[in-house]
Write a protein that binds this ligand. Structure first.
Ligand code: TUI
Length: 311
C-alpha cells in the first residue's frame, strides 16, 4: 500500500494526499502556499472575510505558488453567497465547505470546473453531497478544532467510506504519520490536518496561539457552546473555562455566550488575547510539540506513514 498515490492525489494533481484545514481567520495565503509548495493542498479560509480581502488572498496565493490550492467557504458566513461567486470568478481550482450544506452552490461550482469537497460530520450528509456531485468528502470527527459534529473520526470515517463511492478524506485527531496510516486503514484516501499546521513556521497566528498549541497536553482541549447549536473545540484557557462553566451551571444564557464569543477568534489569532480570545484547536494538540516549516512536517509524516504501512 502506498500513501502517496491515491484517488485524492490524482483528483487534485498533488504529490501528497494531505489538505490543510480551512481554518477561519487563520488559513491565509502564506500558509496555504507553503503547504501547496510542499506537495499538499493549501487552503485559504473564506471564514466571514469581506470579499476584497479574500480576492487579495487568492491572488497572493497564486503569486506564491504555481501548485493547486483551495478556498474554504464557511456556509454560516453572511458573505457565503458572494464568496461562492468569487471562487468562480478567480478560477480557484478546489473548494471545500464547512458548517453547513453547500447544495445550492454545487451546480455552479461544478459547471465552472471546480473540484468540490464538502466537510461532513455524518454519513447522511456525505451521501447527499455525493448525489449533488461532490468530487470527494472530508469526514471530520469531533476531535477536530473549531465547529464540530458528534461522531469520532474512528467511527465516522469507515462508515462514510462504506456509504459513498467518492473518495473520503479523514479529519480530526490526525497530527503525525501514525494518524495518517490509521486513516488509510479506515479506508480514507487522504487526510486533512488543522492543528498540526497551527505550529507551522508559515502560519501567521499570534505567537501566543502557537505557544498554547505546542504546550498543550492531552487533556487541554474543551468543547464549548453545545447549547448554542454551534459547539466549538478550543484550547483550555481562563476564557474558555469561564464559558464552559457558565454553560454548565446556567450562569450564562446562550445569548450572553454568543455575545461574549463574538469576535473572540480574531482576538486569539491577531492579538493572542488570553482574556477574551477563543483559541480553536483540536484534541490532538498534545502531539504537536514544535514549530517547523510545513514542508518538514509533511515529508516527515508521510515518511513515517509509508514505513508503518509497509511493515
Ligand atoms: O466548519 C468547520 N469548522 C469551523 S467553522 C468555524 S467558524 C464558526 N464561527 C461561528 C460558528 C460556527 C463556526 C470554526 N470551525 N468544520 C467543518 C464542519 N462542518 N464541522 C461540522 C460541519 C457541519 C455541520 C453541519 C457540516 C454540515 C452540517 O450540516 C448541516 C446541514 O444543513 O445538514
Amino acid at each position: 500500500m502506498t500513501t502517496t498515490k491515491t484517488k485524492i492525489t490524482d483528483l487534485l494533481g498533488i504529490k501528497y494526499p494531505i489538505l490543510q484545514g480551512g481554518m477561519a481567520w487563520i488559513a491565509e495565503s502564506t500558509l496555504a502556499a507553503a503547504v501547496s509548495n510542499a506537495g499538499g493542498l493549501g487552503i485559504i479560509a473564506g471564514g466571514s472575510a469581506p470579499i476584497d480581502y479574500l480576492r487579495d488572498q487568492i491572488r497572493r496565493c497564486k503569486s506564491l505558488t504555481d501548485k493547486p490550492f483551495g478556498v474554504n467557504i464557511m456556509l454560516m458566513s453572511p458573505n457565503a453567497e458572494d464568496l461562492a461567486q468569487l471562487v468562480i470568478d478567480e478560477k480557484v481550482p478546489v473548494v471545500t465547505t464547512g458548517a453547513g450544506n453547500p447544495g445550492k452552490f454545487m451546480a455552479k461550482w461544478k459547471e465552472a470546473g471546480i473540484k468540490v469537497i464538502p466537510v461532513v460530520p455524518s454519513v447522511a450528509l456525505a451521501k447527499r453531497m455525493e448525489r449533488a456531485g461532490a468530487d470527494a468528502v472530508v469526514a471530520e470527527g469531533t476531535e477536530s478544532g473549531g465547529h464540530i459534529g458528534e461522531n469520532t473520526t474512528m467511527c465516522l470515517v469507515p462508515q462514510v467510506v462504506d456509504g459513498v463511492s467518492i473518495p473520503v478524506i479523514a479529519a480530526g485527531g490526525i497530527a503525525d504519520g501514525r494518524g495518517i496510516a490509521a486513516s488509510f486503514m479506515l479506508g480514507a484516501e487522504g487526510v486533512q490536518l488543522g492543528t498540526r499546521f497551527l505550529a507551522a513556521e508559515e502560519c501567521q497566528v499570534h505567537p501566543t496561539y502557537k505557544e498554547l498549541v505546542v504546550e498543550a497536553k492531552d487533556t487541554d482541549s474543551v468543547v464549548t457552546g453545545r447549547y448554542t447549536g454551534h459547539p466549538c473545540r478550543n484550547v483550555k484557557t481562563k476564557f474558555s473555562k469561564k464559558l464552559a462553566s457558565g454553560e454548565k451551571d446556567g450562569s450564562l444564557t446562550p445569548e450572553q455566550f454568543e455575545e461574549l464569543t463574538l469576535g473572540s477568534l480574531r482576538k486569539a489569532v491577531q492579538d493572542g488575547n488570553l482574556e477574551e480570545g477563543s483559541f480553536l484547536c483540536g484534541a490532538i494538540a498534545g502531539l504537536v510539540t514544535k514549530i517547523e516549516p510545513a514542508k518538514d512536517m509533511i515529508e516527515e509524516m508521510f515518511d513515517e506513514a509509508e514505513k508503518l504501512l509497509s511493515k
